[in-house]
Write a protein that binds this ligand. Structure first.
Ligand code: NDP
Length: 300
């Protein structure tokens, strides 16, 4: 069997188009322009690229983008004061603090200072608790993107066996919560899991969020399963020339795509969905803040 390739780039474009339509509707009918504030502390090159992309895509869908770039030696008090200003600014509907923060700043403290209603990353402890208890919350962007792709591929997920490999707070755990909410039978595997290959082979839905290049082989995949590869790993590519690299996922695509029913590639799978879902969360937050109906198909 050769798997269907799930085109995350194309799917993300449809999500952005839906967001843009809803933003235009909010402007026309309510005079509201959703606003996303992104806070970057320090000069980490990868973070700078992400923040630039977020700002660009925010403006492209018609929303306001507010970028706050602070020096690496910003104190906790200064950062918390900025977050407080953004919390009370009615033009700001979403706040994202780019992680990782420099070592002298306590990420948990900073994230938990964001108004949960504006926490478009879904990392605030209140949103984690709301998601865990099946209540309305802001949902972390990467798992939300995975869920949207799974629903698009499979329709109802009810009763399917889902295995999530990885138990991080930003991907693995919220992914498992979302799958449970959609009535999957969920197993979370991690570095201490025994017989992990056998556990994976039981999965109708296999989500890999490990951070280990091509760890999951085709022989671990149940024939016909839907495989979502969250991993983004840069590896040496000597075939492309000395010093060259390429991106690979946590799944060995060449072998897994021979067995799976559908699979996300890396790059071009989950990655593009993450920013699209950030935009979706921002428009959702703007609707909720104004007591308006939420956009259809953009929430969990
Ligand atoms: P973390 O490092 O926070 O978590 C990795 C998880 O994988 C841990 O729970 C760890 O288990 C588990 N793990 C590590 N080694 C093994 C192993 N040999 N067998 C089984 N489980 C193992 O990573 P993240 O969740 O933040 O990210 C995971 C991957 O997803 C990374 O490649 C990252 O770059 C990518 N990513 C992609 C995003 C996107 O937009 N596409 C967004 C976020 C992340 P334990 O807890 O036992 O240590």
């Amino acid at each position: 069997m050769t798997a269907r390739i799930i085109d995350g780039k194309a799917f993300a474009a449809t999500v952005r188009a839906k967001v843009a339509t809803h933003v235009a509707h909010l402007k026309e009918t309510q005079g509201i322009i959703p606003g996303l504030a992104v806070v970057l502390v320090g000069e980490d090159p990868a973070s700078q690229v992400y923040v630039r992309n977020k700002g660009k895509q925010t403006v492209e869908v018609g929303m306001n983008s507010y970028e706050h770039k602070l020096p690496a030696d910003t104190s906790e008090a200064e950062l918390l004061a900025l977050i407080e200003r953004l919390n009370t600014d009615p033009a700001v509907h979403g706040i994202l603090v780019q992680l990782p923060l420099p070592d002298h700043l306590d990420s948990d403290l900073v994230i938990n200072a964001i108004d949960p209603a504006k926490d478009v990353d879904g990392f605030h402890i209140s949103n984690v608790g709301l998601l865990g208890t099946g209540q309305k919350s802001m949902v972390p962007c990467t798992p939300l993107g995975c869920l949207m792709m799974l629903r698009d591929q499979l329709g109802s997920l009810s009763g399917l066996n889902a295995v999530v490999v990885g138990r991080s707070n930003i991907v693995g755990k919220p992914m498992a919560q979302l799958l449970l909410r959609d009535s999957c039978t969920v197993t979370i595997a991690h570095s201490r899991t025994k017989d992990i290959e056998e556990v994976c082979r039981r999965a109708d839905i296999l989500v890999a969020a490990v951070g280990r290049p091509e760890m999951i082989k085709g022989s671990w995949v149940k024939p016909g399963a839907t495989v979502i590869d969250v991993g983004i790993n840069r590896v040496a590519a000597p075939d492309k020339g000395a010093g060259k690299t390429r991106l690979v996922g946590d799944v060995e695509f060449a072998t897994a795509s021979e067995v799976a029913g559908a699979i996300t590639p890396v790059p071009g799978g989950v990655g593009p969905m993450t920013i699209a879902c950030l935009l979706a969360n921002t428009v959702t937050a703007a609707c909720r803040a104004n007591g308006l109906p939420e956009p259809e198909g953009l929430t969990a």
